[in-house]
Structures are given as structure tokens and as C-alpha cells.
Write a protein that binds this ligand. Structure first.
Ligand SMILES: Nc1ncnc2c1ncn2[C@@H]1O[C@H](COP(=O)(O)OP(=O)(O)OP(=O)(O)O)[C@@H](O)[C@H]1O
Ligand SMILES: [Mg+2]
Length: 411
């Protein structure tokens, strides 16, 4: 009880929770039990893995597909089912899931696998051969089929394919256990870097996950919304709009779910009773700004100065400045913050890079007898871009510079 009155200080926030039934089911970490529009892929993987239920070694599988096409969700779901059925039929099947974004070296992969089978291996320090031996001994004590899911396998390959070479040949060194691999990647080209023997072994079976279309995304969202939101809080246009936005973004279910969750959060924060299309549009804007902020924050110094030049010109109402004009401002700014400017040629390259990142738009225009030049406009919101740039300590004193230059008449 709150001494200042009735109820606790949290009541207001708890009661505000009229939008969500269970927000957790809208998060990335949640794996749903029902995956609409992935029956075909689920069946294919189940068919390939089914020998495991007779104690035989399944073929290795490579799963490809763009981001948010359900690769991880499907692989984990099928893995879980396989373990369940194996348990019921008394045929032990172990499915070990490793995310190679985090577990990104041969040593870490082997140490994590050993740990899964209750062998204590320090996370660094042993010779790799010893860890490999430890893992092999640990699994070979039993007759069991072990499926190793290597998610984001391309991240592992970046540091060499030795571990894949070893794992793909391990069966010839085992007496009891049997191992097969499932590699998952959204980089279609990563196998080019593999040793041909590893490539053919790992890619015995290949499954491609196509992007979802807007209708499929709607079905996915409908299912999830039933679990995540209270009845009737979503206005009719909300799910179709989330689906349409995400379909433009190459059919990414993660994006669709993010939009729906964030739209709900925005509605909740406003104390609204319903989630509307306006909330979805705001959510789309928020996601886009967050993405841009991340990209801009990590730009190299000179690209930031260059971008600030465009921001500066647009703040002074010069939209569609030529590359020459941008270069002049860029040089001024370099002088102001005490760095050596790059050559116009290098700046032309950086302009193309920013264009490719979708931060600016550079169009070639014909200026008659003055030849061709590029006209540059900002493709991202002016104010947020400016504040991200100024948050870099090296650019922070440009706040005053803006005023200084803007009083000069030729801008
Ligand atoms: N068919 C589906 N039904 C329900 N939810 C889905 C479906 N496909 C994907 N999802 C959900 O969308 C999100 C993204 O899916 P997932 O993580 O499986 O994508 P991914 O293909 O592994 O992407 P990435 O390549 O970026 O890792 C997850 O929250 C997942 O639960
Ligand atoms: Mg994934």
C-alpha cells in the first residue's frame, strides 16, 4: 500500500496495460509453435532428418534465405519436434543449437558442444585438438544421433572452415554416436569460401526460404496478434499496413512483428485504447530513424563531415546543392575543426557511398556548357541527422559554426 493514498505507485502503469495481452510473444526471442506458410520447408527438413528416428545419420542440410524469412524459427521448431518424437520412441536424438554470430571460432564451437554434453572445457586455453577429442569422447559414449544447428554459419566461416571440415568428417571417427549438421545463412555466397570437400558435404541437401509476400505476412501477424494483443484493440487496417511495409522490406517477418509491437507500445504510451494505422506509421518512422542513426554513428570521420555539409546547406534552404557547393562547405568545416580535407575525387567516392547507404540522393544533372554535375539532397530527416552528427565529440563545436556560416549571404 502506498502511504500517500490507495494502491501502489505502479498501479497507474499496470492498469495502463490494456493493449497487450502478452508482449513477450511479439519479441524476437519467442519461437511460435505454429509457423504459417512454412509447411513445405518444415516437411522437407523433417523428411531429411527422419532417419535420425531410426538411429541413422541424416544428410547434412544448408538452409538459405533472406533475413526474417523464418529460417531460425523453423529450424528450432523442427529440432524440438525431433527431440520430442525421439524421446517418445526411445531413440535418443539431441539437437544442439549454436549461434555462430556469438560462438564464432572453432574453439568456441567445440567448447560449447562439449559443455552441452556435460564436459567441462574452459572457454579458452586448451589446445583445440584436446577440445575436439573431449567433445568426441563425450558424444561417443552413447548411441545417439546428434544434430548440430550452426545458425549464421557464414560468421564462422569468416575465421576459417577448419571446424566445419572436422565436424563434417567426424562420423568416420565415431563408433556409437552419429552427427549431422544444419547450417543456416542469409548470405547466399558464403560457400564460395569453403574448401570444396566441406562445401559438398555440408550442402548434401539445400533448402531455400523465399521471402514472404504481404498476404503471408498478414497471416503470420494475425496468428501472433491473437496471443499478443487483447481482443479488439487492433483497428482493421493495422495488420495489413504492417504487412505492406514489411513486404516492401523484402518480406521480412521480423520487421513486420517489430512494427506491430512498436505500434502497440506507442499506442500504450499515449494511453490510447486502440492501435491505429497512425501508430503503425509512427512505428515505421521510428524503426527507420533508429536504423539511420546506427548507420550515421558508425560512418568514418570524413563521411560525417561531408554529410554535415549537406545538412548545413539544407538547413540554409539550399536543397539540391551541386557537388562543387558541397565540397566548398566541406572544406570550410574541415578548416573549422582542424582536419585536412580529402581531395574532390575522394569526396566524389564518399558521396556515392552515402548515396548507396540511402542517406543522400545524388542525381547527375546536365548543366549545359558547364558539363555534368551531381545534385545532392538529403534522404533522411534533417533534424535527427544533425543531432546524431553533432553528438560526435569531434563535430560538437560545429553548433556555433552553423550560425557563423549561415549569416554569410552566398548560402
Ligand atoms: N512463418 C512464420 N510464422 C510465424 N512467425 C514467423 C514465421 N516466420 C518468421 N517468423 C517470426 O519472424 C521473426 C524472424 O524469423 P527468423 O528469426 O526465423 O528469421 P531468419 O530467417 O532466421 O532471419 P535472419 O536471417 O535475420 O536470422 C521471428 O520472430 C519469427 O518467430
Ligand atoms: Mg536467423
Amino acid at each position: 500500500m502506498n502511504p500517500n493514498g490507495s494502491g501502489s505507485i505502479f498501479d497507474e502503469f499496470l492498469n495502463a496495460n490494456s493493449i497487450f495481452l502478452n508482449k513477450e510473444v511479439l519479441r524476437h526471442s519467442y519461437t511460435p509453435d505454429y509457423l504459417p506458410h512454412r509447411d513445405e520447408q518444415i516437411r522437407s527438413i523433417a523428411a531429411i532428418l527422419s532417419p535420425a528416428l531410426r538411429g541413422e545419420t541424416p544428410s547434412n542440410i544448408l538452409i538459405y534465405g533472406k533475413t526474417g524469412t523464418g529460417k531460425t524459427a523453423v529450424a528450432r521448431y523442427v529440432g524440438k519436434e525431433l527431440e520430442n518424437v525421439g524421446r517418445n520412441r526411445n531413440v535418443p536424438c539431441h539437437v544442439v543449437y549454436l549461434n555462430c554470430e556469438i560462438i564464432d571460432t572453432q574453439y568456441r564451437v567445440l567448447a560449447n558442444l562439449s559443455k552441452y554434453f556435460n564436459r567441462e572445457v574452459p572457454m579458452t586455453g586448451w589446445p583445440t585438438d584436446q577440445v575436439y577429442q573431449e567433445f568426441k569422447n563425450a558424444i561417443d559414449r552413447h548411441r545417439a544421433v546428434i544434430i548440430i544447428i550452426l545458425d549464421e554459419i557464414d560468421k564462422l566461416v569468416k575465421k576459417g572452415d577448419e571446424v566445419l571440415y572436422n565436424l563434417s568428417r567426424i562420423n568416420s571417427e565415431l563408433d556409437n554416436a552419429k552427427v549431422s549438421l544444419i547450417g543456416i545463412s542469409n548470405d547466399l555466397k558464403f560457400t564460395e569460401y569453403l574448401d570444396p570437400r566441406v562445401r559438398s558435404s555440408l550442402g548434401e541437401e539445400e533448402i531455400v526460404f523465399p521471402p514472404y509476400d504481404a498476404q503471408q505476412l498478414r497471416d503470420i501477424l494475425e496468428e501472433r496478434a491473437k496471443l499478443g494483443f487483447r481482443d479488439g484493440v487492433l483497428e482493421d487496417g493495422v495488420i495489413p499496413l504492417c504487412a505492406a511495409f514489411a513486404a516492401q522490406e523484402h518480406g521480412d517477418a521480423r520487421r513486420a512483428l517489430d512494427l506491430l509491437r512498436i505500434a502497440g507500445e506507442l499506442a500504450e504510451r499515449e494511453g490510447a485504447e486502440k492501435v491505429t494505422e497512425r501508430h503503425v506509421r509512427l512505428a515505421q518512422e521510428k524503426i527507420e530513424i533508429d536504423r539511420i542513426v546506427e548507420v550515421i554513428k558508425t560512418l568514418p570521420m570524413h563521411s560525417k563531415v561531408l554529410l554535415y555539409s549537406v545538412v548545413f546547406l539544407e538547413s540554409s534552404n539550399v536543397r539540391g546543392a551541386t557537388s562543387g557547393e558541397v565540397y566548398r562547405v566541406y572544406k570550410e568545416i574541415c578548416r573549422e575543426i582542424g582536419i585536412e580535407p580529402l581531395t574532390p575525387r575522394r569526396i566524389t567516392d564518399l558521396i556515392s557511398e552515402l548515396d548507396m547507404l540511402g542517406i543522400i540522393n545524388a542525381t547527375i544533372v546536365n548543366k549545359g556548357r558547364y558539363g555534368r554535375t551531381k545534385e545532392i539532397t538529403l534522404s533522411v530527416p534533417l533534424e535527427s541527422t544533425k543531432s546524431v552528427l553533432l553528438s560526435d565529440y569531434r563535430l560538437s563545436n560545429l553548433k556555433d559554426f552553423t550560425q557563423k556560416l549561415s549569416v554569410q549571404s552566398h548560402f
